[in-house]
Ligand binder design. Structure first.
Ligand code: XIL
Length: 324
């Protein structure tokens, strides 16, 4: 049941932001990749280019080349941009050794980083993942360099600094494994409630939705989304991909994967979530194939397009759901 309308057209007609995480080299060098990004999606997230490591070759310098390339591509093609991410414990610069700095120096460094990056993309980045993955899997606050230096208020300051520089941007807290109701999403909920009580300018929650091996239950995702919305927050699905345990894909894997994508789009439409981002264009570009031991744990085919960027059943399923 291949549709005559592209995913992008269908999403545009529905007023839905259907996004994709992109890699600057593929965008520059791979013609079929570039065409898919432009024709099938209306929202972009730089997969790595806006993280602190790639942006900061040395303590004093910034390299905006890759991030600019993506942001400029988005503007030229009338797409929204999700900025990912200002504060995270992973992918910090290689030269960055936290124990070389005092707590005050770390705070100043973070403030200057946020002010510079948000300032550069004012009015071009629509949404920022201000803080990524601040909650540990057991629901405690993750012990990161930022937490060690500033305590939980590192989140308060990060959101405030970003808001001062770009009051128009929507500011998100983003995390994985908090998609459905569970111990971790309870902790994320409590954290966001505390931030809101303290008057921190947080606008929304990003649910990454890496459905790897085990997929969260859609009714529970909807319930989870609704409780965040009841706090006055917007919710977006920010990094979706869908894989089976390695070696355990059923015969009808493409259809089951398609059904899950469809169900999640329907949850979005039912709950009023207006943004869903997939974490890559085609399976060949998926992080699952290269990240840690993930390729031994999960099937390497989690996206809407296959190895050669041809649409899969999941692609038809999301169009169908958006069109329904
Ligand atoms: C991943 C990228 O896809 C990889 O290319 C990189 O090597 C590691 O990070 N949660 C996030 C994303 O918030 O930034 C991660 O992206 C995937 C998990």
């Amino acid at each position: 049941m291949s549709s005559d309308k592209s995913l992008r057209q269908t999403a545009d007609e529905r007023g839905f932001n259907f996004g994709v995480a992109v890699d600057p080299d593929a965008l520059r060098n791979d013609v079929s990749y570039r065409a898919r990004v432009r024709d099938e999606f209306n929202t972009l997230t730089p997969e790595n280019a806006l993280k602190m490591g790639p942006l900061r070759p040395s303590p004093e310098t910034y390299d905006f080349g890759d991030a600019d390339a993506i942001v400029n591509f988005a503007r030229a093609n009338d797409m929204d941009v999700r900025g990912h991410t200002l504060v995270w414990h992973n992918q910090t610069p290689t030269w960055f050794q936290p124990w070389d700095y005092t707590d005050d120096q770390l705070e100043r460094f973070l403030r200057e980083h946020i002010q510079t990056v948000v300032g550069r993309y004012r009015r071009t980045v629509d949404v920022w993942d201000v803080v990524n993955e601040a909650v540990a899997d057991d629901g405690t606050m993750r012990e990161t360099v930022w937490y060690d230096a500033m305590g939980e208020t590192y989140l308060d300051r990060a959101f405030e600094w970003a808001h001062e520089v770009d009051p128009e941007a929507d500011l998100y807290y983003n995390d994985y494994g908090a998609d459905a109701i569970n111990e971790k999403s309870d902790a994320v909920y409590d954290l966001l409630e505390r931030l809101l009580d303290r008057g921190v300018p947080v606008d929304g929650v990003g649910l990454q939705l890496h459905a790897l091996g085990e997929w969260p239950d859609c009714e529970s995702i909807a319930e989870n989304i609704r409780r965040f919305q009841a706090l006055g927050l917007d919710v977006q699905i920010t990094e979706m991909d869908v894989a089976f345990p390695a070696g355990e894909a059923p015969e009808d894997a493409p259809q089951r994967q398609a059904a899950f994508y469809r169900d999640v789009v329907e949850v979005c439409l039912d709950t009023g979530v207006d943004t869903l981002v997939t974490w890559g264009v085609g399976d060949a570009n998926s992080w699952i194939r290269v990240f840690r031991d993930f390729s031994e744990r999960y099937t390497g085919d989690p996206l809407l397009f296959d190895d050669r960027n041809r649409p899969k059943p999941a692609y038809d399923a999301v169009i169908d759901a958006l069109d329904g």
